[in-house]
Ligand binder design. Structure first.
Ligand code: PMP
Length: 389
């Protein structure tokens, strides 16, 4: 087992060792991380729903009524009425015929991609797609062609060259997790129709965030009905846990029968399902939450730019503040933490060399005061490190 210590030391030497931060309180705008009070600028709890009284009481009630665990997989004894209610609610929310819930977004991507493709198929995957898509492609044994980020022209050339395959699948993040930019969905829909390819969108960061109903990328671009495979997560804006796929009745029926990560894993506990179900209700009743989220994102972005920072994308509540150098990025994140702001530094191999960044995410629950204090910390840390003048 000596290789363990050797490899770990290698990671440390190359600054690639991953530390766990410890949350000592809930995912609120001001919280305690590693024992230190700070403003939380890194949570995916975009709408602040993990703390919402309706979600908490729904989860509590579900535990009282149904117990703490599901006791089996969905296809054995773990399929509670609540799971089915949630799937109906997701289908209504996404405006699709049906939906299926997986235990995580990661498992939704793995299960869906492996169910739909195999050795006879080819997958076209954006180079910045999430790791769970990459892993799904690998596990599927399909040929995977990675296309340059959002490059519709390059993708079309690759599609033209593809012949002799049983099935073509184009897969993309809706909102790219490290860059916060949006997939060029209208172009992807056009290509998928022209070349008879399946189209799958990962709406992990778009669910509850984009579109006039918060229903995600298709809703945002007015492409409802045009994207046959819409995946998302219940663990970010929805404030609970789990993944979903929404689409036609046949697609969902097929996934229930073929997706191994759905079939061979114990169902999510009723409390988690109840919280997600309550979240869909809260989002519908209170669209102001989403408006506040986007207001906060615009405010933070515009002030950071005024201060002289470069923001890599301006389309979502994921705000990548370009630092460039990997070591300086680590120093920036450390300095921010000293000044009471928790926003992580993201370096290669997660992002390309030279594009290291501090990745800030805002929530609807940040107050103006929270954001101003965070901005003051960015200003001070940026000046100390010579990133801004
Ligand atoms: N896709 C994307 C784009 C993500 O950012 C994430 C979460 N980091 C996932 C999928 C996985 O979702 P979950 O955390 O629910 O497993």
């Amino acid at each position: 087992m000596e290789f363990l210590a050797k490899d770990l030391s290698n990671l440390r030497q190359h600054n690639l060792y991953r530390h766990l931060n410890t949350m000592n309180e809930a995912q609120t705008a001001r919280t305690i991380v590693n024992g230190k009070k700070c403003i939380l600028l890194s949570s995916n709890n975009y709408l602040g729903l993990t703390e919402h009284p309706e979600l908490i009481s729904a989860a509590r009630d579900a535990i009282s009524l149904w117990g703490t665990g599901a006791g089996g997989s969905r296809l054995t004894t773990g399929n509670f009425r609540l799971h089915e209610e949630l799937e109906t609610a997701i289908a209504n929310f996404k405006n699709t015929e049906a939906a299926v819930v997986f235990n995580t977004g990661y498992m939704a991507n793995l299960g869906t991609i492996t169910a739909l493709t195999g050795k006879e198929d080819v997958i076209f995957s954006d180079e910045l797609n999430h790791a769970s898509i990459i892993d799904g492609c690998r596990l599927s044994r399909a040929k995977t062609v990675v296309y340059p980020h959002k490059n519709i022209g390059a993708l079309e050339k690759l599609l033209q060259q593809a012949s002799g395959w049983r099935r073509l699948l184009i897969v993309t993040d809706g909102v790219f997790s490290m860059d916060g930019d949006l997939a060029p969905l209208p172009g992807l829909v056009e290509l998928s129709e022209k070349y008879h390819a399946l189209l799958m969108v990962d709406d992990a960061h778009a669910t509850g965030v984009l579109g006039d109903r918060g229903a995600g990328s298709a809703n945002h671009f007015g492409l409802e009905g045009k994207i046959p495979i819409q995946m998302g997560t219940l663990s970010k804006a929805i404030g609970s846990a789990g993944g979903y796929v929404a689409g036609s009745r046949d697609l969902i029926d097929y996934l229930r029968n073929k997706a191994r990560s759905f079939i061979f894993s114990t169902a999510l506990p009723p409390s988690v399902i109840a919280a997600a179900l309550a979240a869909l209700g809260v989002m519908q009743k209170d669209p102001q939450l989403r408006q506040k989220l986007h207001f906060n994102a615009r405010y933070l972005r515009s002030r950071l730019k005024q201060m002289g920072f470069t923001i890599l994308a301006e389309e979502s509540p994921v705000i990548p503040v370009l630092i460039g150098d990997a070591n300086k990025t680590v120093q920036m994140a450390q300095q921010l933490l000293v000044l009471g702001v928790f926003a992580p530094g993201i370096r290669p191999p997660t992002v390309p060399p030279g594009t290291s960044r501090v990745r800030a995410t805002v929530m609807a629950t940040h107050t103006r005061d929270d954001l101003d204090q965070a901005l003051a910390a960015f200003g001070e840390a940026g000046q100390i490190l010579g990133i801004i003048r």
